[in-house]
Ligand binder design. Structure first.
Ligand code: 4AD
Ligand code: MG
Length: 460
């Protein structure tokens, strides 16, 4: 067994031992005339522990291993520090360099650019920035599970391999066991009878369709898992592999859905703020000066709400501000999102009731037949965080919309069955975990909140 005290337990005062053994990676090392110093971090928190080596006790040869990046084990006395930067430090009695570094260790500078760090995903977790992001990612995940548990939801797993491209956007990655360089063709078409599932299948783009039958049985469920999209957009908000939280609730209409989204986000943001004060302070100092205000806004103020039609009227009245002229029927482009959240409402805003033509077939048709009962929640700075809707529970209406959308009706027969046998109103939403994490960390590129990001043309 390896006995050790974590730096977190020492700095927080939880560890009251006089003699401690600590392990960590050297951030900086300095040779003085009589003493040498090494500051180490072990990832248990953002804190650094200073180790003091008396040069009478350690030979120059032993101390020569104290280089930035090296992993060391130190035993010694925990003492009050005379320095202003820390309250306690370790007076070393034994030193073991357990993981020496070669000269070309890339993390030499105090601060590296975030773009450079992106090129070394295996090492960037050792920086303060990524340490903070990773710890916050953990606390955010747990806050999400806690919220649902406390609110009567059941956590379920949906399949990753599926036949449906739920969003109908044609962005699904195909999955096959056939080697792509020796695909079998029959009459000019791919012969799927030779493939593992004997049909065309994909990685999931959303767990929603599979969550629906479960909500129609056990009431309130949620998934929290990876989704995969060959998204053509290559922006700082898009990745090919991201995690989505998808709750699905029976006997919920769109208003219930929206109320839940707001309560959910307020709750988890509050939780994160409570658990991660050091990380938030660090990220406020180095990345986003307004980070604390973001939490205040999310937790304390009401989110705004506007219908798509009213939003378009508003955008049209301000058409001069945009590159693309807004017209009813268009998507809400990034520049419109920016105007709505940052200029006009200055808050997160729910845009509801989009035109039926631009939304997936499963969203409930509103009276009048022009719009559907859906919402996108737009945030300042990061844009769309949530997409949700009331689902079409009326068999006849659903079949018509599905047919028109051009999906393969046979693949979805089970989905239609739900409307034949005991249909019920239900709603749900999907929240992009990494986009929320971007907002709550102040990190501007989604690839910097994911340990090993995958995006268009880039596997790192
Ligand atoms: O709006 P979307 O496409 O909604 C759905 O998939 C619904 N089936 C969800 C549901 O109702 N259960 O995606 C939901 C959210 C977006 O609002 C965004 O936050 C995130 O997923 N998202 C992405 N995040 C990172 N990279 C991408 N390429 C993303 N595409 C969507
Ligand atoms: Mg969407």
């Amino acid at each position: 067994m390896i006995e050790r005290s974590t730096i977190q337990s020492i700095v927080s005062g939880e560890c009251q031992d006089e003699n401690v053994t600590v392990y960590g990676w050297i951030r900086t090392a300095r040779m003085g005339k009589n003493v040498a110093f090494a500051s180490i971090n072990d990832g248990s928190s953002s804190s650094i522990l200073q180790i003091v080596f008396n040069r009478d006790r350690f030979s120059d040869d032993e101390l020569s291993g104290l280089s930035t990046g090296a992993c060391i084990k130190v035993s010694g006395k925990l003492i009050d520090s005379p320095g202003a930067e820390q309250s306690r430090e370790v007076n070393a009695e034994h030193l073991e360099v357990i993981g020496p570094v070669e000269d070309d260790y890339p993390l030499q500078k105090k601060r590296h650019s975030i773009e450079f760090l992106r090129t070394i995903p295996h090492l960037r977790p050792r920086t303060n920035t990524f340490g903070a992001v990773l710890r916050m990612s953990h606390h955010l995940s747990l806050a999400i599970h806690r919220f649902f548990d406390e609110n009567g939801f059941f956590y379920i797993h949906a399949p990753f391999i599926t036949t449906s491209d739920a969003e109908g956007a044609g962005e699904a990655f195909q999955v096959t066991s056939m080697p792509l360089d020796s695909i079998n063709f029959k009459d000019g078409e791919v012969d799927y009878s030779k493939d593992y599932f004997k049909k065309k299948v994909f990685l999931t783009v959303s767990a929603q369709l599979e969550a629906e039958p479960l909500a129609l049985a056990i009431g309130k469920v949620y998934t929290f898992g990876p989704t995969f999209r060959a998204d053509p957009s290559d922006t700082r908000f898009h990745t090919a592999e991201f995690w989505m939280i998808e709750p699905e609730m029976v006997f919920f209409d769109l208003d219930d859905d929206i109320a839940l989204i707001e309560r959910f986000i307020k709750n988890i943001a509050g939780n994160l703020q409570e658990r991660c004060p050091d990380e938030i302070a660090f990220l406020t100092q180095f990345y986003e000066i307004g980070l604390k205000n973001r939490y205040r806004m999310l937790i304390e103020s009401d989110f705004s709400r506007i219908t798509y039609t009213d939003a378009m009227d508003l955008l049209k009245r301000n058409a001069g501000l945009f590159d693309k002229s807004p017209e009813w029927g268009m998507n809400i482009f990034a520049e419109y999102e920016k105007f709505l959240t940052e200029e006009y409402f200055k808050s997160p805003v729910f845009v509801t009731d989009y035109p039926v033509e631009i939304m997936p077939f499963y969203m409930r048709l509103n009276d009048g037949g022009k719009t559907v009962a859906c919402t996108d929640l737009l945030f300042p700075e990061v844009g769309e965080i949530v997409g949700g809707s009331q689902r079409e529970e009326r068999l006849g209406v659903l079949l018509k919309r599905a047919q028109k959308s051009g999906i393969d009706m046979d693949d979805y027969s089970w989905y239609f069955d739900l409307r034949k046998w005991g249909s019920a109103p239900h709603s749900g939403f999907g929240l992009g975990f990494e986009r929320l994490l971007m907002y709550l960390t102040g990190i501007e590129n989604i690839r910097d909140v994911i340990p090993f990001p995958r995006s268009k043309g880039k596997m790192t």
